[in-house]
Design a protein around this ligand. Structure first.
Ligand code: SF4
Length: 284
């Protein structure tokens, strides 16, 4: 980040308006220097003790510029949480002890099944999974473990979170040779859950559900009956399995994968009624 005249002027001007304006100016400058979103840059500024101290003390524009420059170039995670907001990590076999140490159980994970079409934040497009992936659960598209104070399981965060280096271009794809965590491993001590997972996969193949939903979303009315039948079967199986075996609704996100209705929402569809008949329609 060059300490150019306009930057110094901007910092001087913000400094005359107080710490709040100065923090905003620093965040804007860091955002453009490091390629961050506004929220992410504000978070990184607030988390950096040295810069926060200088802002609170209304240090000189030159001092602030030097500190900002170091921060923008730092070869380390700034805690901006951009990656945590993009999605949750997919898990590898070596994450298992970390998950246990963080107290995470099956209700904190979900399975993306082989054949599912999922959005890859890294590739920036949809991809069809050739094999299943296990992920930490998400909330509104972000990792569920991202809180106001940052990662709630930071000391035990998964391998992918440790590996990703947004500043260097080192990305999760470079981990591809390592063994993934799968249901066979996670549910090894629970043969009933594993058998239910296999049965569910046979009755509701992910690729067929996705195809039917994609067709409905694409306006093919003839696919609607098939898609609705999948949704009904999925609901019936989950309800029946919970009732008979006692697995929680949350645990079934891992054992069976995501409910078909949630997958439908990813295609912009929701369940509604026409008269008394259920229909899949675009989300209103
Ligand atoms: S586990 Fe922690 S570091 Fe990893 S994506 Fe979630 S909040 Fe971010």
């Amino acid at each position: 980040m060059p300490e150019n005249t306009s930057m110094i002027q901007r910092l001087e001007q913000a400094r005359s308006q107080g710490p709040g304006a100065l923090a905003q100016a620093c965040a804007a400058l860091l955002a453009s220097a490091r390629g961050l979103g506004a929220l992410a840059a504000a978070r990184a500024v607030a988390l950096d003790r040295e810069l926060s101290g200088l802002i609170a003390a209304l240090a000189s524009a030159q001092e602030l510029a030097i500190c900002l420059d170091e921060l923008a170039r730092a070869a380390r995670c700034l805690g901006c949480a951009t990656c945590c907001r993009a999605s949750s990590p997919t898990l590898y076999a070596e994450d298992q002890p970390r998950l246990a140490a963080a107290g995470l159980g099956r209700e904190h994970m979900l399975t993306l099944r082989a054949g599912e079409k999922v959005y890859s934040a890294r590739l920036g497009r949809l991809q069809t999974l050739g094999r299943e992936l296990i992920k930490l659960r998400e909330q509104a598209g972000a990792c569920a473990w991202l809180g106001d104070g940052g990662c709630a399981i930071y000391d035990n965060r998964p391998l992918q979170c440790r590996w990703l280096e947004c500043w260097s271009g080192r990305h999760a794809g470079q981990l591809d040779g390592r063994p993934r965590l799968g249901r066979e491993l996670l549910l090894a001590a629970d043969p009933i859950a594993l058998a239910l997972a296999r049965e569910y996969d046979a009755k509701l193949p992910a690729a067929e559900i996705h195809q039917a939903l994609a067709d409905v979303a694409g306006g093919e009315e003839s696919a609607s009956a098939q898609a609705l039948a999948f949704l009904e079967l999925d609901h019936g199986l989950r309800t029946g399995i919970s009732g008979r075996y006692g697995y929680s609704v949350e645990a079934l996100f891992l054992i069976l994968g995501r409910p078909a209705l949630e997958v439908a929402a990813n295609y912009g569809l929701e369940l509604g009624l026409e008269g008394e008949a259920p229909v899949l329609r675009p989300k209103g």
